[in-house]
Structures are given as C-alpha cells and as structure tokens.
Design a protein around this ligand. Structure first.
Ligand code: DON
Length: 304
C-alpha cells in the first residue's frame, strides 16, 4: 500500500501548476501551490502517507463534517427542521436560494447550512470554539492541533458574505444565537490547522461505522455514519458533487484550503491536500489523486 500511495502522489504531481490558491483572504493566498500530500488511515489502524502529509493546512469547509457530526449528536433528527438535505447546484457561498427558500439552507455543507448547524452548537456548548478544537484533537490523537489565529482574523475581516447569509437566516428566525457569536465559532472551526494525517485519522470513524481510530469509544452510531457519508456523496463538493461522484464515486468533503477527505466505507479514510483550486473551489491535484486512488482501488487486496 505504501508504494501504491507514493505512485499516486507522483502521478498527481503532474497536475501541480493548474488552478489557483484561494485568494479571498491573505492568509490562504500565501499558500504554496506546489504542496501535495496524501494520507490513508485504514480500519485496521495502519497509516500510509506520501509527500506533504504532515504539514498542517487550513481545513476550511472540511470542518463542516465535524460541525454536522456534533450537531447530529446533540440535536438528532430535529436538526433537519433548520437545514435541508439536498444538493444546492449553486456555489458554496451563494445567497440566491436562501431568500427564495425563506432562510432554510439547502444542505449542511454550503456556508449558510454550516452556519445554521454552528448555531445549534453555540446553543449546546459553553465555549464552542474550544470544544470544536478539543474534539479535533481527540479524534486525531494530536494535542498540538490549533486554531490558526491569522486565518481566523482574516475570515472575520472578510466576513461580509457569510454575515449577509447569517443575518438573512436570523431575519427568518432560523438562528437562535447572535450572528457575531455564531460566525466567530464557524470561522474558528474553518481555521483549524490540520495535516493530511490528522484528518485521515480524525475522520476515520466515517469508514469504521462510527468507531474512531484514535479514541477508545465509538464516536457516533453506524447509522449516523452512513447518513453523514450519504450527505458527503451528494453535497460534499458543492456544485461539482456530481462530477466528482462520477469520477471518484466516494463520499468526500473538500475545503478551500485545498484539502479533500474521502471515505471508503468499511475500509479506510483518505485525505489529499494541494492548495491550488478549480473554479468550484476544489483542489485540482487532490481531486486527481483521489481519482487515481479510486481507479486503482479494485487492484488492492481485500485486506488492504
Ligand atoms: O466560509 C467560507 O467561505 C470559508 N471559511 C470556507 C469555504 C470553503 O472551504 C468552501 N470550500 N470549498
């Protein structure tokens, strides 16, 4: 498996040079587009990695998986009164549907949806950003994970579009807490800095029926795991979710930091990272690495 991951890494490097790093905040615009890392965490607890797999990067929208998982743990099915379950077919930060659909976002993986989910967590926890950071640490078994203050400050400074979505939802009665506190918590989670290895381990519970590799306890039920994977399949790569499903066919979630986490249910979790993005906001080289991974997956022995 190690040789196989290194081969995929070498082949995916050919895509470096395509796409552009996120430029909406300076902290992300400074990223090196030549970086490429891949890490795999199997359900047997083995870890394989190639390239820049230990360099922390801004997890951005991958945080939406953590936010959703925690909100389903605390609020259960009641969450779906606040947010929908269908693909939006729109860019992740679009406001157009939100007005037409009276402040109920299409799904928890567009920005408006994640902000509603975050509102539920602000109601549930005393210090939500710290709680989210601590969950990321426990899930990955890495106590050094931090919220990047520079990214957080930048997100806050450039918050207008997310603030517009949040105020619109507040006006429709779909946010219980103050907009500023909800946005601060949402940005804090997006600003978590984690490596490919951290993320592959942290989200390993999605491949293992809810059993987290770095924790002794089951993090969520098998049924909840299946449901979260389903939402990743339909909405994880925004308006490009259909293209990605056709080419890769695995539940996945991307972020504008250039990371993508994909799940092979019952087998393993993979994280690929490279900062340059396509026009939908998904990493060019990370998508290609996952495509190569999926194409060769049938060659892998069943125990892999
Ligand atoms: O709220 C935002 O727009 C960013 N903090 C996160 C967006 C993101 O990662 C979308 N990903 N592809």
């Amino acid at each position: 498996m190690q040789g196989w991951i290194e081969d995929i890494h070498a082949r995916a490097r050919t895509r470096l040079g395509s796409g552009h790093v996120a430029s909406y905040i300076p902290a992300l615009a400074r990223q090196d587009p030549e970086r490429l890392g891949i890490a795999v965490c199997t359900n047997a607890g083995e870890l394989y990695a190639a390239g820049d797999a230990e360099i922390p990067f801004s997890i951005q929208s991958i945080a939406k998986v953590l936010l959703l998982t925690l909100a389903l743990r605390t609020h259960g099915e009641g969450l779906w009164e606040r947010v929908g379950l269908n693909p939006s077919g729109m860019p992740f930060n679009s406001l157009a549907q939100l007005e037409a659909e009276r402040g109920k976002p299409r799904n928890p993986f567009i920005n408006a949806g994640a902000i509603v989910v975050t509102d539920r967590l602000v109601s549930a926890f005393a210090t939500p950003p710290k709680h989210l950071r601590d969950v990321a640490r426990r899930l990955s078994g890495n106590d050094a994970i931090l919220i990047d203050d520079g990214v957080l400050a930048s997100e806050w400074q450039h918050r207008s579009r997310n603030a517009a979505a949040a105020y619109l939802m507040k006006a429709f009665g779909n946010l219980d807490n103050e907009v500023d506190e909800v946005l601060h918590t949402y940005f804090s989670c997006c600003a978590l800095a984690m490596s490919c290895k951290d993320l592959a381990i942290a989200l390993s519970f999605l491949a293992a029926g809810g059993q987290a590799q770095a924790m002794d306890e089951r993090f969520v039920s098998p049924g909840l795991t299946r449901r979260i994977n389903s939402i990743m399949s339909t909405c994880g790569l925004y308006d490009a979710a259909g293209d990605f499903a056709y080419r890769v066919g695995l539940p996945a979630k991307s972020g504008v930091g250039g990371g993508i986490v994909a799940v092979v249910p019952g087998r393993m979790t993979i994280c690929a990272w490279s900062p340059a993005l396509d026009e939908s906001g998904n990493s060019v080289a990370a998508q290609y690495a996952l495509e190569l991974f999926a194409e060769e997956f049938d060659q892998m022995p069943p125990s892999g």
